[in-house]
Design a protein around this ligand. Structure first.
Ligand SMILES: Cc1cc2nc3c(=O)[nH]c(=O)nc-3n(C[C@H](O)[C@H](O)[C@H](O)COP(=O)(O)OP(=O)(O)OC[C@H]3O[C@@H](n4cnc5c(N)ncnc54)[C@H](O)[C@@H]3O)c2cc1C
Length: 558
């Protein structure tokens, strides 16, 4: 706020500016709100509307009042700071607490579509206009397009997930899965990780549970295969691949060594190709630290049932990618299916059979089963049928978006539906929040229309392939486009800075190639210590699972 300004009555004359009216109003409103809120007992049995705990007793003391005023920005020095604080923090949630919470909007799934819907609703809705709840079994959104880079160790895994409570200030985040829905009665069953069930009523439903791996009944797949769509899988794969190098280096037989160094990926879409290319790149780098191993010994195989990989890009770009992978000694095998993976032996439909220490299943996705379970209308693939406004057909008050929804692709026409991509999920989320707000205010929703911008994929450090608005790129320019595009799409400046700093550090220092597989058995050493006390040091620190195997063996012999 300027200290003085020109007097309207004549040039050259100045007078002290009157205090900004909005600031004065802000302070008065703050004082009133805080006096009311702090002296008001909590509504018994009712949780705070937006995560701001209502006081359980009336602490209307002077220090509490002053702290509240300071916190809410009432004494902030500029109107813009006051406005910012009011908009984003305490005052808004307290106003909502006082004014009632309006209709309840339940968002099932806090991933790309769900989180962005909630974010935009927070921006659009006035205090008290609606209560927004997001239920997700995980308290973060995973930015899947950067998973391959996290698996390869170019990025710290925590930097490719966005904590929901960190970005959603006015939304009630519930860490629980929506295990069933009764939309006729507007009730959802929420199940926590501890197995506890609660029922949550809602007025409007947004279905955004995404997709699951599309699996086939391949013998042995359940025992040996691993998917690639979660941060846990990315971390596991990194540890596993590095662990296989350790196992190969220590193997006592050529057969065990060959098995440990064989890596099979089933499914040649962008998720599979990126994961394979990045992990192979990492394994090649790591190999330099193992004098016992040579890169040539490793076998990396990509099997794809269709006649080409990367259906998301043009055939020319797919051919380029396949040629590039082959130059890196990756066996790209189109028109090939995985028949069996029993006992760690991979069998392909061309008759080849070999032991493999790693099998990654990246053969596409299927929509979450939640829509079908809820009895909402679904298409043949299980995606919930929505109209162009993202409203579920025949289910008043229900909306859906992202991978779980069959959204008409108006840009493509001809009855096509949008592909399951983050590109669509993100844009649909913004439109959906606009449409919900319009409907709540008696307005008219708008249809979803977006012509795909294309695809970008990273194929290891400094290599990529991209097709953006018809422009084809290869190698370094494509890789740079991939990084720039995803950096811009990654939510929050905080995440972007962290990712950039990871990339910068990776330019300066060699990759960290250590397997932290101990993370998967965090209690092992402690339990071993307890056993030493109980039974004496019979053996020294066996590997996870080894003791159980030995116990089984003894039981069998006896
Ligand atoms: C490895 C990989 C790479 C990819 N790369 C790209 C790319 O480069 N470009 C691109 O455009 N797209 C890419 N995609 C696809 C893109 O990530 C998805 O299309 C997008 O995330 C879909 O958004 P969504 O909100 O529908 O689902 P998601 O983002 O998957 O979110 C679904 C959320 O719902 C939660 N959930 C599941 N079940 C329940 C339940 N019962 N109750 C409550 N919550 C539930 C999940 O925990 C998750 O948080 C990639 C996907 C993968 C796996």
């Amino acid at each position: 706020m300027p200290a003085a300004r020109a007097d309207a009555r004549g040039p050259g004359k100045v007078r002290r500016a009157a205090p900004d009216r909005r600031l004065v109003q802000g302070v008065i409103v703050d004082l009133l709100v805080h006096a009311l809120c702090l002296s008001r007992p909590a509504v018994p049995g009712r949780p705070p509307v937006l995560g701001w705990p209502a006081p359980s007793s009336p602490p209307a003391t002077l220090p509490a009042l002053l702290a509240g005023v300071l916190l809410s920005g009432g004494l902030a020095p500029t109107p813009s700071a006051t406005k910012y604080l009011h908009k984003n923090m305490v005052l808004t949630s307290m106003l909502e607490e006082m004014m009632g919470s309006g209709p309840r909007i339940l968002i099932a799934g806090g991933g790309c579509g769900g989180m962005h819907t909630a974010l935009r609703l927070e921006r659009l809705l006035r205090p008290g206009e609606a209560t927004v709840m997001v239920a997700d079994p995980w308290s973060y959104m995973t930015y899947q397009p950067l998973l391959a880079e996290a698996a390869a160790g170019n990025l710290e895994p925590r930097h490719v997930v966005v904590p929901l409570r960190g970005v959603l200030r006015r939304t009630q985040v519930i860490k629980a899965a929506v295990s069933s829905l009764d939309h006729a009665h507007r009730v959802a069953r929420l199940t926590t990780g501890d197995g506890e069930d609660t029922l949550a009523g809602y007025d409007m439903l947004v279905l955004a549970p995404g997709s699951i791996s599309r699996v086939l009944p391949v013998p042995g797949l359940a025992e040996t295969g691993i998917g690639f769509s979660t941060i846990g899988e990315a971390i596991h794969l990194r540890n596993h691949v590095l662990g296989r190098l350790d196992a190969a280096a220590a193997a006592s037989s050529a057969q065990a060594r060959r098995a440990a160094l064989t890596f099979v990926f089933a499914g040649g879409g962008y998720a599979g190709v990126e994961a394979l290319a990045e992990l192979q790149d990492m394994a090649f780098d790591a190999c330099a630290r193992y004098p016992e191993l040579s890169r040539r010994e490793m076998r990396w195989i990509l099997v794809e049932a269709a006649d080409r990989i990367l259906p998301e890009v043009s055939p020319a770009m797919a051919d380029y990618t396949a040629a590039l992978l082959r130059r890196r000694h990756i066996e790209v095998r189109p028109r090939t299916r995985l028949v069996s993976a029993e006992g760690g032996r991979v069998q392909l439909d061309d008759g080849e059979e070999f032991p493999a220490g790693t099998l990654v299943w990246t053969a596409g996705v299927a929509p979450s089963p939640l829509a079908r379970q809820a009895g909402l209308p679904t298409d043949a693939t299980g995606r919930v049928i929505v109209d162009e406004f993202l409203a579920v057909q025949g289910a008043d008050g229900a909306w859906a978006l992202g991978d779980c929804a069959a959204v008409p692709d108006l840009a493509a026409g001809g009855g096509a539906v949008c592909a399951p991509t983050a590109q669509h999920a993100w844009r649909q989320a913004r439109l959906l929040a606009d449409n919900i707000t319009a409907v709540l205010r008696g307005g008219t929703p708008r249809p979803y229309r977006h012509a795909s911008a294309g695809s970008v994929a990273s194929l290891g450090l400094y290599r990529g392939v991209a097709e953006v608005y018809g422009l084809r790129m290869r190698g370094f320019p494509a890789w740079l486009t991939h990084r720039t595009y995803h950096l811009l799409k990654l939510p929050t400046v905080n995440r972007r800075l962290r990712v950039v700093s990871d990339w910068m550090l990776a330019l300066l220092f060699p990759r960290e190639v250590v397997s932290l597989d101990v993370l998967e058995h965090p209690r092992r050493d402690f339990q071993a210590a307890l056993r030493v006390i109980a039974t004496g040091p019979s053996r020294v620190a066996p590997f996870p699972g080894q003791e159980e195997k030995e116990a089984e063996h003894h039981a069998y012999r006896q």
